[in-house]
Ligand binder design. Structure first.
Ligand code: ADP
Length: 553
């Protein structure tokens, strides 16, 4: 009884074990099937070989060999399918040696390979070695990365091409970030600007831009950022490291990322300083020729008038008719005087301009009550303004201001501005001369409601030979050097002259003069003391007559 029970138990146990074995076998089969499928379907080429002889490969391995089924190449040599490029021979041999020495593995490594048709491919190659029947087998895994490597190479070549183009470009090139900082510069721009690459990369582009060009450039950059334009070109001034101005033609475009967000500006900068200078020299030559034509006209006209008047007077004298024609004779003498004045004024201006050019001009600085100088000279022109029906006013917010200045030059400045104001203001117009005290400086304004100056001509009038209307048929006489001299006189005093004008409505010239004084001991003996109308009223009249000599009432 006891024995039978044991036999039953044993049978049951055997049945259980057989069932478990069946289950395990099924599981094994399933996992082997899964494993095989993964290997079969893997895009990675897998080769199992002993020495060179191939024992197993998957579909990808067969495809690489140029056949459809793995069976077509099993038994052949791996070398006939794929071989190592000579560049990688050494490292490959080293790795095989490691694999054959023990059951081990070598990690993925990019290698250059040669396919059976002789074409080159790049593969990430890894290996595993394992013993079977006492012999070492190798499992070689190859992932084809030719496309990636070729793309990388093409990318590198393009990058090198663009870098080379950027670096060796004959024009200056700068990549500027959205805050205006230079992030990449080429050697041409370093040469143009006089800075090293390192120095330029520390700069914001606006640090080296001429202030008058900043707002235009910012406006253009905004248009680019807002996608209103796809590039812009402008003439732009930069400052060279040594401080001089460089004229350039700037072309800018914007690089965006693939989502359209702006990344940086590409700036191409062409140095046109030499062209600009050549143009300026040509323009200067043209102005000079025009100027001499003008001057000849300016000199010949009064001399002709004086000569004709002399001839008439001689005729009266020869015929003993001087006393009978007293009124006419006086008229001719006035005409001669006025035209002598014109000639003297012109010659004086020419001499002063030359002196300026030769740096020969010294100021005779003394402490003067500048308010009095300006008031006296203004009022001494009253006769001219009255005769022309112009209302002249003088206004000041201080009675006295002692300033170190050259009284003679201050008078010339005011007289020139006043004679222009009279020249370019119609009958019954208005001229206001005023002084404002700003403590560290004073502002002297000469304002008229005359014909005004066109906007595009304003810059020109302070230039040598700068006349708005240069034709010999122009309405007003003048050589066009008056304001240039005025500007030089003002600058010699450390001041500035500016003009506001509205064409058809009038002009205002503002002279800003610093209110410095000099210590009395620095003033030479005979110059000591404050300026008093030193040369008397008649002398003023003489000066006014000469300065106003080209105004015909
Ligand atoms: P000019 O000796 O010929 O008057 P300036 O240098 O004094 O030369 O002036 C240059 C030019 O500036 C004048 O020819 C005139 O066109 C313009 N200008 C100067 N002052 C005035 C003004 N108050 N109103 C209008 N135009 C003016």
């Amino acid at each position: 009884m006891y024995e039978n029970e044991n036999v039953d138990l044993l049978k049951k146990r055997i049945e259980e074990l057989e069932k478990k074995l069946e289950e395990t076998e099924a599981k094994l089969l399933k996992s082997e099937y899964l494993f095989k499928s993964v290997i079969e379907l893997s895009p990675v080429c897998i080769y199992v070989h002993r020495g060179e002889k191939l024992y197993y490969t998957n579909k990808a391995g067969a495809k690489l060999a140029g056949v459809n089924e793995p069976e077509d190449i099993i038994g052949t040599s791996l070398k006939s399918i794929i071989s190592i490029h000579p560049d990688y021979n050494d490292i490959s041999k080293e790795r095989v040696k490691i694999l054959l020495s023990n059951e081990t593995s070598v990690p993925y490594m990019e290698q250059k390979l040669i396919k059976s048709d002789g074409t080159i491919m790049y593969g990430e190659v890894a290996g595993v070695s394992f013993m079977c029947d006492g012999v070492m087998n190798l499992l070689t895994v190859i992932q084809d990365v030719t496309k990636r490597v070729e793309l990388e190479q093409a990318f590198r070549e393009r990058e090198e091409f663009f870098r080379g183009t950027f670096e060796n470009a004959a024009v200056g090139m700068v990549l500027v970030d959205l805050k205006g900082k230079a992030v990449k510069v080429n050697s041409s721009i370093c040469e143009i600007m006089g800075y090293s690459e390192k120095e330029l990369l520390q700069k914001n582009i606006y640090d080296v831009t001429h202030p008058e060009d900043v707002s235009k450039e910012i406006a253009n950059a905004h248009k680019l950022l807002e996608n209103k334009i796809h590039c812009y070109h402008m003439e732009k001034r930069y400052f060279h490291k040594d401080g001089h101005i460089i004229w350039t033609v700037l072309s800018v475009s914007l690089v965006r990322n693939h989502q359209g967000a702006p990344l940086y500006f590409i700036c191409q900068i062409q140095d046109i300083t030499h062209i600009k200078q050549a143009k300026e020299a040509l323009e200067y030559d043209r102005l000079k020729t025009e100027f001499f034509a003008n001057i000849s006209h300016e000199l010949r006209t009064p001399i002709n008038i004086i000569y004709s008047s002399i001839q008439l007077l001689s005729m009266y004298m020869i015929n003993n008719q001087l006393s009978d024609n007293e009124r006419k004779v006086k008229g001719y003498l006035d005409i001669m005087k006025q035209n002598c004045g014109r000639t003297i004024r012109l010659v004086n201006n020419l001499i002063d301009t030359n002196k300026m050019d030769a740096n020969f001009y010294n100021l005779n600085l003394q402490n003067h009550n500048i308010v009095k100088i300006i008031e006296d000279i203004t009022l001494s022109t009253a006769e001219y303004t009255k005769d022309k029906g112009i209302d002249l006013t003088f206004d000041t917010d201080i009675e006295e201001k002692i300033v170190a200045c050259d009284a003679d030059k201050i008078e010339r400045i005011i007289l020139n501005l006043l004679s222009n104001a009279v020249k370019f203001t119609e009958k019954n117009g208005k001229i206001d001369v005023s002084i404002q005290d700003k403590e560290k400086y004073i502002n002297v304004s000469v304002k008229d409601n005359g014909i005004g100056i066109q906007n595009d001509k304003i810059k020109l009038i302070f230039e040598r030979f700068g006349q708005v209307d240069k034709s010999l048929m122009r309405n007003h006489e003048g050589s066009g050097i008056g304001l240039c001299l005025v500007k030089s006189f003002v600058q010699m005093h450390g001041g500035e002259i500016t003009v506001k004008s509205k064409y058809g409505h009038g002009s205002e010239f503002i002279v800003q003069l610093p209110t410095k004084v000099i210590k009395e001991e620095n003033v030479e003996g005979q110059n000591k003391g404050l300026h008093k109308a030193k040369e008397g009223f008649n002398n003023y009249i003489e000066r006014v007559n000469i300065e106003f000599s080209d105004i015909y009432l």
